[in-house]
Design a protein around this ligand. Structure first.
Ligand SMILES: *[C@@H]1O[C@H](CO)[C@@H](O)[C@H](O)[C@H]1NC(C)=O
Ligand SMILES: *[C@@H]1O[C@H](CO)[C@@H](O)[C@H](O)[C@H]1NC(C)=O
Ligand SMILES: *[C@@H]1O[C@H](CO)[C@@H](O)[C@H](O)[C@H]1NC(C)=O
Ligand SMILES: *[C@@H]1O[C@H](CO)[C@@H](O)[C@H](O)[C@H]1NC(C)=O
Length: 476
């Protein structure tokens, strides 16, 4: 437990400070973080022991710190995201401030027939200064096609596959990732079975202001995030607000997230990287990424943008409407009770009137699926709510369920295990959802169901919202 560090890991339950961390120069703050994690995991363990007999929550596992050992000009933290139907954004970081923001790419390995130049940014967080963060949009690209690419004219070759231009499409979902051994097994399970895109409802690195942990996270996910588009939205761990009162030169909230994880918000008319939408499978699926930590009330930009975005969806052309956000609106866990309530009150009606099919959330570190709900009551024309905040972060799994919660009868399946989900949209009417629990080396289907698109249901097109503005319903 307190022996020398043989691997680049930190054991959160009996810690050894590794040489790598010392190099980061943040040892003291890190120890505080570890002490906090220690107390939290002890509390979690005590709670789990007190309340369960048959089911044992898997304990948290050590953090994995991934180093960059290649030259400073070589790309690291490579990840890709979809921009419109025919383009991809390639993002990476170099320690070298002179490395060019250029991507060479083509359909044959090492024979690049095209190249694109982009832009770069960087940010400071008190004493931390980021590397050069490159963002390059490549394309037009063929759908469902493998491309080989190289970043900044240096280092190794990567490959990616563009998403398909029509159904079927397979979307993998994982929330509250972190960078622990559990995260590694979750991502290994995601990659073992093919998928077209990965959607993250927030909480990526768990850097929690320790900026070098954003870099280790970027390296940790590179193997997966460089191959398939990763479409993310923010969680509370992305905020990283500077301590109050703000001192001159304090970093803005989302400084790291905004610089590193640029999403295609302009393409959906969103003024903020904190919320946006995109089409998948040639427009058969419209995915809306909401910002739980951006203003959302009726006079906010997010509200106005969402109303516009949903009104522009033609459900004949787009039978599937999927929403992601971080703090769940429905949750029967003791953890984070009520934290999504203000946002639910502000936005639930918009989603219901648009007949959103399914809403995915993270934040609560457990799996939970509700039946179709609107305004705290079962409603066959409301979205299915699914919490998937169990990617593998260092905080461990959620506290016990509140059996007396008023929503408990509408909660269909709940389990505090790590894992990931898959939404396979088969055609205009049917999609298959499956939650894959991590059983160590295996991934086991712990919950599954077939969903029917609400756009395909004549009864939901006409009824379901007695108080709704009728002109809105007529459009659907
Ligand atoms: C590289 O690609 C070009 C264009 O597709 C082709 O003409 C050429 O033969 C390829 N070269 C090699 C070595 O594969
Ligand atoms: C919306 O939130 C802003 C602050 O974000 C506040 O000033 C305003 O009064 C709020 N409006 C409503 C209608 O709640
Ligand atoms: C859609 O897929 C489901 C599940 O495979 C199938 O039962 C159904 O017949 C399909 N519908 C159409 C219109 O192809
Ligand atoms: C459509 O919605 C209605 C409720 O509005 C529900 O009873 C029905 O099961 C749904 N599915 C089909 C195939 O009609």
């Amino acid at each position: 437990m307190h022996g020398p560090c043989t691997r680049s890991t930190i054991d959160v339950s009996g810690c050894t400070v590794c040489p790598l961390l010392k190099k980061m120069g943040t040892t003291t703050r890190y120890l505080l973080l570890l002490a906090r994690a220690l107390v939290a995991s002890a509390l979690l363990a005590a709670a789990a022991a007190a309340t369960t007999t048959e089911y044992v929550r898997p304990p948290p596992r050590p953090i994995v710190l991934t180093e960059h050992t290649d030259p400073a000009t070589h790309p690291q933290q490579v990840h890709v995201s979809a921009v419109g139907a025919r383009h991809m954004r390639v993002s990476w970081i170099t320690d070298d401030k002179h490395a060019p923001s250029v991507v060479e790419y083509g359909r044959v390995s090492r024979n690049y027939t095209a190249s694109a130049a982009g832009d770069h940014t960087s940010y400071r967080y008190f004493l931390y200064s980021s590397g050069k963060i490159h963002h390059v949009k490549i394309g037009p690209l063929e759908p469902g096609t493998e491309y080989y690419y190289r970043c900044g004219m240096a280092g190794k070759e990567f490959s990616l596959r563009t998403p398909p231009a029509a159904l079927p499409i397979e979307l993998a979902l994982v929330g509250d990732l972190g960078q622990t051994e559990w995260t590694a097994s979750t991502l290994a399970h995601v990659s073992k079975t093919d998928h077209d895109m990965l959607l993250v409802p927030g909480d990526l690195s768990y850097a929690d202001t320790q900026q070098p942990l954003w870099d280790t996270f970027g390296r940790f996910v590179q193997r997966h995030a460089s191959r398939r588009p990763w479409m993310v939205t923010q969680g509370n761990h992305e905020v990283e607000a500077a301590p109050l009162p703000p001192v001159p030169g304090s970093p803005a909230p989302f400084a790291a997230y905004g610089a590193r994880w640029r999403m295609p918000h302009e393409d959906s008319g969103s003024p903020s990287n904190l919320y946006y939408s995109f089409d998948a499978a040639g427009g058969a699926v419209h995915v809306v990424m909401l910002g739980s930590y951006a203003p959302f009330n009726a006079s906010s930009d997010q509200y106005r943008w969402l109303a516009r975005d949903l009104a522009a969806v033609d459900r004949h052309a787009t039978p599937w409407l999927v929403v992601l956000l971080h703090a769940p609106w429905y949750n029967t866990n003791a953890a984070h009770q009520g934290e999504g309530e203000a946002m639910r009150k502000a936005l639930e009606r918009l989603l219901f009137q648009a007949r959103v099919d399914v809403v995915f959330a993270g934040h609560v570190h457990a799996y939970e699926r509700f039946t179709r709900v609107y305004d705290n009551e079962a409603n066959p024309c409301g979205p299915v709510y699914i919490t998937i905040g169990d990617g593998g972060n260092r905080e461990g799994l959620a506290l016990d369920f509140e059996k007396n919660h008023k929503m408990a009868p509408l909660s269909v399946k709940r389990e505090a295990s790590f894992g990931h989900g898959r939404l396979r949209v088969v055609n205009a009417t049917a999609a298959h959802w499956a939650w894959h629990r991590n059983d160590d080396a295996d991934s086991v289907v712990g919950d599954e169901l077939w969903l029917e698109s609400l756009a395909a249901n004549a009864s939901c097109r006409e009824h379901g919202d007695p108080g709704a503005v009728s002109s809105r319903d007529d459009e659907l």
